[in-house]
Design a protein around this ligand. Structure first.
Ligand SMILES: [Zn+2]
Length: 316
């Protein structure tokens, strides 16, 4: 046995090892390719998809953090990327008036489309939520309220629809998606229980909110929503509407006005000053800001924060 032979053996072992490593990297790369490519329209759809798909999906949030979800449209670049997508998730109920055009435009025969509000019991838009502004009439919202995700029980049905689509698109991981959905549904159930118990104890029921986003939450927990704006947070209410709300607030001795993180608090502040009320944040979660996402906030955490705010402000 010479040194030469030993070193030859060593060298061939090294080559073999390197070969294995590079092969592993390639396999990992292929796995990444195998991941379901999922595009979710608004933040809640992204959040539910993340909870169910976890590391088995490559998830894209279409409406970027900080953008107002009611006033957004996909770019041509994004539409082109979606020709390689496996699953597209949207809320429906006219939350994404651009979805139909997108589906007619892109060339992707294998795309699985999930309308998360399918088979969810919808609420009609209340008369006082309908816009009075001329500009608004151009953006017809349809008959039903789109903010389905703000009721944890309806959110569970949305998550279930997403889970079913993942199973359809990637059957070999069925058990994984089922297990994750079950875990997430348990959390939503616990959230609902907490809302029910805590909100049954508060003495005030009226919530004066920035835009008409809390209809489903109000319906589930017996609150009364008084929206300053209609379904579109960008809409400016008339002077008559503002004075009507000011009168209701004085009459019912309402102590708080809630504003959102994605719209300016100015109007809420002006109205609060006029009636001697305070302001607080109630987040409709249609979109989170970049800061909120960097802080690790998500649907469940934000719903918990909303509940804390409601307990504090409605209990006063
Ligand atoms: Zn909204």
């Amino acid at each position: 046995m010479t040194k030469k032979i030993i070193s030859l053996i060593l060298i061939s072992m090294i080559i073999f090892a390197v070969g294995c490593v590079s092969k592993d990297i390639k396999t990992e790369g292929q796995n990444a390719e195998d991941k379901l490519k999922v595009y979710a329209s608004i933040y809640p759809m992204y959040d539910f998809a993340k909870n169910i798909g976890k590391d088995k999906i490559e998830l894209h949030l279409m409406i970027p953090p900080g953008a107002q979800p009611h006033d957004w449209e996909p770019t041509a670049k994004l539409m082109a990327k979606m020709e390689n997508a496996d699953v597209f998730i949207y809320n429906g109920v006219m939350m994404e008036p651009w979805a139909e055009k997108l589906l007619n435009t892109i060339d992707n025969k294998n795309l699985i489309v999930v309308k998360a509000s399918e088979n969810v019991k919808l609420l009609k838009i209340q008369d006082h939520d309908i816009h009075e502004h001329e500009e608004e009439k151009k953006h017809h919202h349809g008959e039903y309220d789109p903010h389905v995700w703000l009721d944890p029980i309806r959110a569970m049905k949305q998550a279930e629809n997403i889970k079913n689509a993942f199973i359809k698109a990637d059957y070999k991981n069925k058990d994984f998606y089922e297990k994750n959905f079950k875990e997430f549904a348990e959390k939503l159930k616990a959230l609902d229980e907490k809302y029910k118990i805590e909100l049954s104890k508060v003495k005030n029921r009226e919530i004066v909110v920035s835009h008409a986003a809390f209809g489903y939450m109000a319906d589930r927990y017996g609150l009364i929503q008084i929206p300053i704006r209609g379904l579109n947070p960008e809409e400016e209410p008339s002077a008559a509407k503002l004075s009507e709300i000011a009168d209701i607030m004085k009459d019912k001795k309402i102590k708080y006005i809630y504003f959102e993180t994605l719209t300016s608090p100015k109007l809420a502040e002006v109205l609060a000053r006029e009636v001697g009320a305070k302001t607080a944040v109630l987040n409709p979660i249609g979109g989170l800001t970049k800061e909120e996402m960097d802080l690790g906030k998500d649907y469940l955490k934000t719903m918990e924060e909303n509940l804390e705010t409601l307990i504090k402000t409605l209990g006063e």
